[in-house]
Ligand binder design. Structure first.
Ligand code: UD1
Ligand code: CA
Length: 458
């Protein structure tokens, strides 16, 4: 087995995106376009991965800076795909084996397809193997020209093609496997006498054939896999395909998706069987959802873990939190980072939690803000309860122990602790700890001033 090296081209300007952002950082299915390509590259376990950057290079390298082992080659100015590949040469000095060329703007390519490309390339011993597809109409893609025996003889760019060549519906995907040994010398010898005045990598095919080298092709079955993103329209097309593919996988695994057209489920999200996902739901990041859950319409969940049998009612936003089995959330609840909701607990409408633990069986059913709080089991939080956790400088903790009952419209001025089984009367401002089993009230006695309204009117 020869070694695999990957080069990803990502230096182009992406003019048609009309964006201040580099094209390859635009997101489809949650991930930047180039991240999709890098994941495919990773699946090949390459010895080297080089990304060729140019236009807005700093932004691309900064965005990918966390990925270990990635190498960058700078192409300045951008003189075409052949010139781009040449910039990767210093990173591959003395390397042997197979170079797989990917495009940073072709995100749907599957690892299995690249593996087939590599296998056929190795089996035939070709100098180059081109991944092609049949596309009607063939748009602006480079066309695959074949000789009388059906063998590839050249790739002709759309802008350089004759009318007869433009009628060819077999296109160049821009994905190749190359034998490294003759590659860079050959690319160096390419010229730029063409419609765009660029160094076309695609000219290598004609050159190799004239040198008597073998060039092979692998024809894709599903041409959608090599859709390149050159415009916002194509970005949306690719995004829709990613969504459908992911939803189909999940449904095959036993997840019910009521309206697959409006369920947006990220590539790293997992969902257990018999969970029902209603329309307009967004599940993102490293979210894990158990089985038998119901996620109602309009919910957004990011980087959170939801156990089995949880019901999330409409229009909740949940991020970086954990929800235990059988809990019920919402509608209209906001669960902010580092919150933990215990088994069977209820969080009702217009309730916000931040960095708060709500114990097993506890309830905060209406209109509450619970921040930096540790709330035990079987606690009742009455409507309108607020933890006053912030004094303008620091955040402080509220502790409410098991079995406590917090009456409606209570303010808990942190730091403060309410001990086991304590009872807080409605409308109380809690400034001091409440001992176990006691009642806390702070409101004064009610006064009724008789005849006041009548007097005021005069
Ligand atoms: C290219 C191919 C075409 C193929 C199509 C598939 C050439 C000459 N043409 O055309 O045959 O059908 O891809 O999508 O190769 N890039 C650089 N530096 C450059 C120019 C481009 O890094 O100087 C990168 C781009 O960022 C992009 C890729 O190479 O990732 C393809 O470039 P693009 O300009 O989109 O080429 P196409 O005209 O689409
Ligand atoms: Ca392109």
């Amino acid at each position: 087995m020869s070694t695999i090296h990957v080069v990803i081209l990502a230096a182009g300007k992406g003019t048609r995106m009309k964006s201040a952002e580099p094209k390859v950082l635009h997101r489809a299915g949650e991930l930047p376009l180039i991240e999709h390509v890098l994941r495919t590259a990773d699946s090949l376990h390459p010895a080297t991965t080089v990304v060729v950057v140019g236009h807005l290079a700093d932004r691309v390298t900064a965005a990918l800076g966390k990925r270990l082992g990635l190498r960058f080659a700078l192409q300045q100015p951008q003189l075409g795909t052949g010139h781009a590949l040449l910039q990767a040469e210093p990173h591959l000095a003395g390397a042997t084996g197979t170079l797989v060329l990917l495009s940073g703007d072709v995100p749907l390519l599957r690892p299995a397809t690249v593996k087939t490309l590599i296998d056929r390339h190795r089996a035939s011993g070709a100098a180059a193997t081109v991944l092609t597809a049949r596309v009607t109409p063939p748009h602006e893609y480079g066309r695959i020209v074949r000789d009388g025996r059906g063998h590839i003889s050249a790739i002709v760019e759309h802008k350089d093609a004759t009318p007869a060549q433009r009628a060819i519906d077999e296109i160049n995907s821009g994905i190749f496997a190359f034998a490294l040994e003759p590659l860079f010398d050959a690319v160096r010898s390419l010229g730029s006498a063409n419609a765009q005045g660029e160094y076309y990598l695609t000219d290598l095919v004609g050159l190799y054939r004239s040198q008597g080298r073998t060039v092979e092709t692998v024809v894709l079955e599903d041409s959608r896999e090599v859709l390149g993103v050159n415009s916002r329209r194509e970005l949306a097309d690719v995004t829709a395909i990613l969504k459908t593919t992911r939803n189909d996988e999940l449904m095959a695994e036993g997840v019910s998706i009521v309206d697959p057209a409006t369920a947006w489920i990220g590539p790293d999200v997992t969902i257990g069987p018999d969970t029902v996902i209603h329309p307009n739901v967004y599940l993102e990041g490293r979210t894990r959802i158990g089985s038998g859950c119901v996620v109602h319409a309009g919910v957004r969940i990011v980087d959170s873990t939801i156990a089995d049998g949880v019901v999330i009612n409409n229009y909740c936003v949940i991020s970086e939190s954990r929800i235990a089995a059988g809990a019920r959330i919402g509608p209209f609840a906001h669960i902010r980072p580092q919150s933990e909701i215990g088994e069977g607990a209820h969080v009702g409408n217009f309730t916000e939690l931040k960095k708060t633990v709500l114990g097993k069986g506890s309830k905060a059913n209406h209109l509450s803000y619970l921040g930096d709080a540790v709330i035990g089991e079987q606690v009742n939080i009455g409507a309108g309860t607020i933890t006053c956790n912030y004094d303008g400088t620091h955040k402080h903790q509220t502790v409410i122990e098991d079995g406590a009952f917090v009456g409606s419209d209570t303010q808990l001025i942190a730091p403060v602790t309410v001990r086991k089984g304590a009872y807080i009367g409605t409308g109380t401002t809690i400034r001091e700890d409440v001992p176990a089993g006691s009642l806390a009230v702070s409101a004064g006695k009610q006064r009724n001033i008789e005849g006041w309204v009548e007097k005021k009117r005069k």
